[in-house]
Design a protein around this ligand. Structure first.
Ligand code: PGA
Length: 250
């Protein structure tokens, strides 16, 4: 059995004050939730969130990382630094990183490798654009994004890792994939991982992301290969995020 997992991607939002309130609210609201919950604040607030989460079962994650270990890389944050601040998870290759900051499949694979080398659990984000979906290329695009990581890391690439399927057209738009559309892609991802490593495929948490909210979460999470969610906008609201976490535990 795969343990349900819900990750909140706070993106570039918040202030010391609002984050203190959010963490305190989540601590209280999620104290009896059985799903694994992860929050991914902006890097400068990781320490503050780690301090606020001390007693709790909520894990800490980062939104991105450098592919380099240390040295003259101005502005970057390494995997070992994230580990030093208590991170267990890190998002890799979010579509906003790919589209707005030109991260290539090769760079995403290098970041994924850096995360694993430092003992972090990478959450590989994959997804197709609306044009790609309409052209019937969805499974090919996702297959290439997953394959780029398999090429670099080999058969054990997705041991102790997570994949999040986030159709680009569904992120922040209010347009969610239907449970059937998401399930079709999730099943294809699991099959691709299974071709290299059956055990890893069976254990791999596959998250859906893209306008997940309290109203649509249950139907998505009921699908056989959807093990939880990667939540953006709704993760900034305690009640909404809590409802999504509860939906994940069935
Ligand atoms: P959204 O974002 O839930 O606001 O659509 C999801 C994400 O980008 O991870």
């Amino acid at each position: 059995m795969r343990r349900p997992l819900v990750a909140g991607n706070w993106k570039m939002n918040g202030s010391r004050e609002s984050i203190q309130a959010l963490v305190a609210g989540l601590e209280q609201a999620l104290s009896d939730v059985e799903a694994q919950v992860v929050v991914c604040p902006p890097a400068v607030y990781l320490d503050q969130v780690a301090a606020g989460l001390k007693s709790s079962r909520i894990a800490l994650g980062a939104q991105t990382l450098s592919e380099y270990d240390a040295g003259a890389y101005t502005g970057e944050v390494s995997a070992s630094m994230l580990g030093d601040f208590g991170c267990r998870y890190v998002l890799v290759g979010h579509s906003e990183r790919r589209a707005l900051f030109s991260e290539s499949d090769a760079q995403v694979a290098a970041k994924f490798a850096a995360a694993k080398a430092a003992g972090l659990v990478p959450v590989l984000c994959v997804g197709e654009s609306l044009d790609e979906r309409e052209a019937g290329q969805t499974l090919a695009v996702i297959g290439a994004q997953v394959g780029a990581v398999q090429e670099v890391l080999g058969v054990d690439a997705f041991v102790n890792a997570v994949i999040a399927y986030e159709p680009v057209w569904a992120i922040g738009t209010g347009m969610t994939a239907t449970p059937e559309q998401a399930q079709q892609v999730h099943a294809a991802i699991r099959a691709q991982v299974a071709e290299k490593n059956t055990a890893a495929a069976e254990q791999l948490p596959l998250l859906y992301g893209g306008s997940v909210n309290a109203a649509n979460a249950s139907a998505l999470f009921a699908m056989a290969d959807i093990d939880g969610g990667l939540v953006g906008g709704a993760s900034l609201k305690v009640d909404e995020f809590t409802a999504i976490c509860r939906a994940a535990q069935g």
